[in-house]
Design a protein around this ligand. Structure first.
Ligand code: PLP
Length: 358
């Protein structure tokens, strides 16, 4: 017997999510926060984890962590919370819960690739609605696609990955109002977006959910995402969540780190400052065309993305090459905002590769 006899064709047609080997390189490819916790907090966290009862299963719905999340991110008591092993897992939970035969998942394109991949895993039809060439929302196209395709689930990243921009708020509100199914506002980059959020809109729409992750805030290694929404919906998704999906060490470490959320938020604020510096320096390089960003990364276009990507790698800097992933991302690259030293190394290498220094 061979895999093709049993595995679904949509799985056979996929490639596994690719993670580049970053050993020995300055790692600016995955939107991680480059800063660790301060030494004193790390020591305290170490002692706390040393006491963890890893011989026991974790608390299934992580009540301590839920309380800390509610406090850290001002989540209103009338909204319910669902925790995931990364927001990737929450996307999968949502998709599998709505996967009736013929059900559709709609997303904007280009956006986070897992929306499309997970639609395939769950057996959902996938509909991608292209953004405009300047990466703004094509409201008429989205409304028309919603009317035609009647999606059960729509994902909108706000700010969007990999473009870094936020969509027009009034247009999004009209899209939410018109949606025939659930709308998930994925606010993975909220910490860098200057307070922009749809969390306050939850009170007005039962079919709206806000999803966030602590990955970009400095806790990517813990794998923790959370979904906020109306209790009736969250109760259904909770049935699809595998028991014990957030492990003992993650529950303890995330609750500890989020009790010090001010430290993480100060790191995010310094990354936003760095983003401005990076954007300005990139815009000053001939042949480099960066897009404005509300996230902790910058999308930019060059004449030959593959050559610049490989040249940067040879100079010790790993970024992401998006050329070939979507027609709107022709000759585009994405760099994560790093420490001032990392960004300086990136800028030197970029200037050299685009021909403006020796
Ligand atoms: C828009 C968006 N949503 C979700 C995720 C996944 O986050 P997590 O690390 O919580 O799985 C990412 C990661 O890049 C992302 O860009």
């Amino acid at each position: 017997m061979i895999p093709a006899q049993l595995i679904r064709p949509e799985i056979l047609g996929l490639s596994a999510y690719h993670v580049a080997d970053a050993r020995g390189l300055i790692k600016l490819d995955a939107m991680e926060n480059p800063y660790r916790l301060p030494d004193a907090l790390r020591a305290e966290l170490g002692a706390l984890l040393g006491e963890a009862a890893i011989n026991r299963y974790p608390a299934p719905s992580a009540p301590d962590l839920q309380r800390t999340l509610r406090q850290a991110f001002a989540i209103a008591p009338e909204h319910a919370l669902l925790l995931g092993n990364g927001s990737d897992e929450l996307i999968q939970i949502l998709a599998s819960a709505v996967a009736r035969p013929g059900a559709t998942l709609l997303a904007l394109e280009p956006s986070f690739v897992m929306y499309r991949m997970i639609a395939g895993f769950a057996g959902l039809r996938y509909v991608g609605v292209p953004l405009r060439a300047d990466f703004s929302l094509d409201e008429a196209a989205v409304l028309e696609a919603m009317e035609r395709e009647r999606p059960a689930l729509t994902f909108i990243a706000y700010p969007n990955n990999p473009t870094g921009n936020v969509f027009d708020r009034a247009a999004l509100q009209r899209v939410i109002a018109a949606a025939p199914g659930l709308v998930v506002l994925d606010e993975a980059y909220h910490a860098f977006a200057g307070g922009l959020s749809f969390q306050d809109d939850l009170a007005r729409h039962d079919h709206l959910l806000v999803m966030r992750t602590v990955s970009k805030l400095g806790l990517a290694g813990l794998r923790l995402g959370y979904l906020v929404g109306a209790p009736a919906w969250i109760a259904e998704f909770d049935k699809v969540r595998l028991p014990y999906n957030v492990n003992v060490l993650t529950q303890l470490a995330a609750a500890y780190a989020l009790r010090h959320v001010d430290v993480l938020q100060a790191q995010a604020a310094s990354l936003v400052q760095e983003r401005w510096r990076l954007l300005q320096a990139m815009a000053a390089l001939p042949g480099v065309c960066p897009h404005d960003s509300h996230a902790n990364f910058v999308l930019f276009r060059v004449a030959d993305a593959a050559r610049v990507f490989n040249g940067l790698k040879a100079r010790g800097v790993l970024i992401k090459n998006l050329h070939g992933t979507h027609p709107l991302l022709d000759q585009c690259l994405r760099v994560t905002v790093g420490t001032p030293d990392e960004n300086a190394a990136f800028l030197d290498a970029l200037a050299a590769e685009t021909g403006t220094t020796s």
